[in-house]
Design a protein around this ligand. Structure first.
Ligand code: SAM
Length: 308
């Protein structure tokens, strides 16, 4: 456990055995090692976390069960299936299906459109441009969501082009649209345009190569995601002060973004090196190497009495 003063921040541990009580977190957002993808080393030693498709799905079922146990709201798992020897490995789809078959609940997955490097797929024409953000949950209605926090202003102003289709098929401007109330009486609808529209399920973070992930040191992890990914979910599914978990913390992206947004981020990682890396990020969120030797004082983040 890496602590700041008497507050816990990063915990060395396993994602399928989390040291937290039920419903501790408002949101979990993480990216596990993908199936068959790469070696994860600690002090030059392979941790043996590289799994084939079937093994990965079984393991991830345990991880998701554990994440859902400790989380009241959404559990977001960022992952993609690799193509091995020209054969696509449907790990994420297998996980979606197995979770469904086990009676588990899900939101519609979000597709993260990450800009790959053109031509990086070699002679493979169907290069991957999206990854899944699979969204699991415990209850049908989420305890909290703000469906416009990450949206953009609506395209058309009221009185503009937006229109409704009436029962007789006629298209009318929204302002003039009417519908029947519960007693069957036709009543005028007033349309109050939202300042921001629902963002939908495509998350486009633009170019995400070296230097564009939000923190220079992120590449001390093998596969970091850009800050925009957890930011989308933290803004949409948590309130200020809420606890946010990343049980595959790596360079601490989720915890760092959570803190920047006034939430409290907690990271769990199998490797002590990554827990230390996350701590360095929290202390120096704007630069990899502290300029002038100055170290920002971390905020109090997690009261130990909140952990089981
Ligand atoms: C894809 S990386 C996460 C990167 C992170 N999202 C970031 O932005 O830096 C996966 C991390 O999971 C850790 N890991 C692997 N197996 C684990 C396990 N069973 N429990 C917890 N962490 C594990 C690895 O050490 C690695 O740092």
């Amino acid at each position: 456990v890496i602590q700041t003063d008497d507050h816990v921040l990063f915990v060395k541990g396993k994602a399928d055995r989390l040291p937290f009580a039920d419903d501790t977190f408002a949101l979990s957002c993480f990216s596990p090692p993908y199936l068959g993808q790469r070696l994860y080393l600690e002090d030059g030693v392979d941790l043996g976390v590289t799994l084939d498709c079937d093994e990965w799905v079984s393991w991830m079922m345990r991880v998701i069960r554990e994440a859902v146990r400790v989380t009241r709201g959404l559990v977001v798992c960022v992952c993609a299936g690799p193509t091995e020897e020209r054969n696509y490995q449907p790990g994420p789809e297998g996980l979606i299906w197995e979770w469904h078959r086990s009676g588990g609940l899900q939101e519609c997955p979000v597709y993260w459109k990450r800009n790959g490097i053109p031509g990086s797929g070699g002679d493979q024409w169907l290069r991957k441009d999206v990854e899944y953000c699979i969204a699991f949950k415990k209850t049908p209605k989420l305890p909290f969501s703000d469906n416009t926090a990450c949206g953009e202003p609506p395209k058309f102003a009221p009185g503009g082009k937006m229109s409704n289709r009436m029962i007789n098929g006629e298209r009318v401007n929204v302002k003039a649209a009417s519908r029947r109330n519960r007693k069957g009486v036709r009543c005028k609808e007033t349309y109050v345009p939202p300042k921001l529209a629902n963002p939908g399920t495509l998350l486009d973070t633009g170019a995400t190569g070296g230097g564009l992930l939000g923190w220079d040191g992120a590449h001390e992890n093998e596969a970091p995601y850009p800050e925009e990914v957890p930011e989308f979910f933290i803004k949409s599914f948590t309130r200020p002060g809420d606890l946010v978990l990343d049980c595959f913390s790596g360079s601490g992206t989720t915890a760092s973004v959570a803190n920047r947004l006034g939430r409290r981020g907690i990271g769990v990682d199998l490797r002590q090196s990554q827990c230390r890396l996350g701590r360095r990020r929290i202390e120096n969120p704007h630069s990899y190497l502290p300029k002038g030797g100055g170290v920002d004082k971390p905020l109090p983040l997690f009261d130990r009495s909140e952990a089981s």
